[in-house]
Design a protein around this ligand. Structure first.
Ligand code: GLN
Length: 532
């Protein structure tokens, strides 16, 4: 079968949830037996997301092959239950640097290199490369129609569609605001955004509206008429409290069949049992587990999106509800942590909020609170243990580059002069030591998890920490780097150098998160019993 492409653009405003709509469709088609790839085109000039602040742009998602990508790639992976490659994230920065490198190496000899056609050709090339070997490719265009930055992508898409009308499908997702004073949904902004799309030579095949309440028949008719789409191709994605409901809500509107009819895709008529089981479990959970994520990027919920989603996946496995709070480590009050059943100290960079994280870790360790430390969270758990249990005077070299006693120090191959794409990134081996908690949790002696860091544990301190009761339960065998520590005196106190949240999927929760929530649940039930 020839590979087909579904493009997704967004109109009216940003943060529409286009990524979730794309992910949901990807999941529906994967369930229908198709081999899916997904990609996001981001119109910014950064070569990747690695140098962008999580507060400005949300989390940097790391692929198994070490790409630092837009957070939507994380949504794709979690919904699809499939790892994607770094080529799933395309930025204008990459496009320009590819074109400029080609120019310098004589690839366009004799030609004047221009946005049109060379930049568009490079975009088309990257999109087509991502289709190779797949039945269906989803291409989400970042930003909002009308942004000047996205014009080259839209021009490239318009060319791809014009070259092959039957094998390409375009969905335009647009916001339909509710005018509270009159209780009306207003379709005009959607009409205008489609007009803009059409002025670029693109006619959508389907409109997915994002709205708070359901559209009336006449509103649907208006959108169909003014946007030149069939009435049955006006699809609604109404606000829901759980994003994992969206695939089946779209399915109810026969989205997959309508697209399949246009693209001549063979569907195997899946009943999406796995998805409906998940929704069932979510709807039937009653016990609530409170989880605190204590970090420094708490102003923007998206900064820890993979962590919060991994918690939700593991809550489904444990059949509990979760209440997840992001707590700023800059002004922590331990008193406020007393309400929580589980605590996570996630990854981070720089010195702000370090003391609050250290206090949090000490509190979790001393009070047997289910605890997971991630990356910087592991490095600080080691500092807490070394200072408060072993009475050592040690430091983190990131916080004091001249430190004479760095227990966390810069990795040998790190160069602080070049910061883009130079960290230890992506999957690395981790050998699990026999008879440890993590060996039991992962049920394996060798795992691979994703990394993103420059500093590592200084093995010189291993013996003294071990003598005081800390267990080094995961080691990278190639470089002898500490990957996991655990404190066996507690029910669950595990900290890891890698990012377990990045490999967690909706229907394949990460084992560490499952165990974190499991131990919190057990403790909560015990407490309830004792109080009864
Ligand atoms: N800043 C620390 C390092 O570079 C931790 C990184 C992280 O938490 N992702 O090693």
């Amino acid at each position: 079968m020839q590979g087909k492409i579904i493009f997704i653009t967004g109109g009216v405003l940003s943060s529409l949830g286009k990524g979730i709509i794309a992910s949901s469709l990807g999941r529906l088609f994967k369930d229908q037996g198709l081999n899916i790839n997904m990609m996001k085109c981001d119109p910014y000039l950064n070569v990747d997301s690695g140098t962008m602040s999580p507060i400005e742009h949300g989390e940097v998602f790391v692929t198994a092959d070490g790409g630092e990508t837009d957070l939507d790639i994380g949504h794709y992976e979690r919904f699809l239950g499939q790892n994607l490659s770094k080529s799933s994230s395309l930025t204008t920065g990459t496009i320009y640097s590819n074109v400029l490198n080609k120019e310098r190496s004589g690839g366009y000899l004799g030609k004047t290199v221009q946005v049109f056609p060379h930049i568009m050709d490079e975009i088309k090339l990257q999109i087509k490369n991502n289709l190779k070997g797949y039945d269906l490719l989803f291409v989400e265009v970042g930003g909002t129609i009308g942004d000047i930055e996205s014009i080259p992508y839209l021009e490239a898409i318009s060319q791809i569609i014009a070259e092959d009308l039957e094998n390409n499908f375009l969905i335009h997702a647009a916001y339909v605001p509710l005018l509270r004073a009159t209780g009306e949904l207003k379709t005009k902004p959607t009409q205008h955004s489609v007009k803009q799309l059409m002025s670029l030579g693109i006619k959508p095949n389907m409109i997915v509206t994002r709205n708070e309440i359901a559209l009336s028949e006449s509103e649907i008719n208006k959108i169909a008429m003014f946007c030149s789409v069939k009435k049955e191709n006006v699809i609604q994605s109404i606000d829901v409290d759980n994003i994992y409901q969206i695939p089946l809500l779209l399915k109810k509107q026969k989205v997959d069949q309508k697209i399949a009819d246009f693209l001549s895709l063979d569907l195997k008529h899946s009943d999406h049992l796995e998805l409906s089981n998940v929704i069932d479990k979510i709807n039937h959970a009653t016990l609530e587990i409170k989880v605190a994520i204590v970090g420094k990027y708490t102003q923007l919920a998206d900064a820890y999106i993979s962590v919060t989603e991994a918690i939700k996946h593991s809550a489904i496995v444990n059949q509990v509800k979760t209440k997840i709070d992001l707590i700023p480590s800059q002004n922590i009050s331990i008193e406020n942590l007393k309400d929580y059943d589980a605590i996570i100290v996630p990854g981070g960079f720089g010195e702000s909020g370090i003391d609050g994280k250290l206090e949090t870790i000490k509190y979790a360790r001393e009070n047997n609170i289910s605890f997971l430390g991630i990356c910087l969270g592991m490095q600080l758990s080691i500092i807490d243990f070394a200072t408060n249990v072993c009475n050592l005077k040690v430091e983190h070299q990131e916080l004091n580059p001249k430190s004479k006693n760095p227990i966390i120090h810069l990795m040998e191959d790190q160069d602080l002069e070049k910061l883009g794409g130079t960290q230890r990134l992506g999957n690395y081996n981790c050998q699990l030591i026999e008879n440890t908690k993590v060996a039991k949790i992962y049920q394996s002696n060798l795992i691979q998890e994703r990394h993103r860091h420059r500093y590592e544990f200084n093995n010189k301190y291993k013996e003294v920490l071990e003598n005081n009761g800390l267990v080094f339960s995961g080691i990278n065998p190639e470089l002898d780097l500490v990957e996991i520590i655990e404190y066996p005196k507690n029910d669950f106190f595990v900290a890891v150098q890698y990012h377990p949240e990045l490999s967690s999927k909706l229907t394949q929760a990460n084992p560490l998160f499952i165990e974190l929530i499991k131990s919190a649940k057990k403790r909560k039930l015990n407490k309830k019993e004792n109080n009864a």
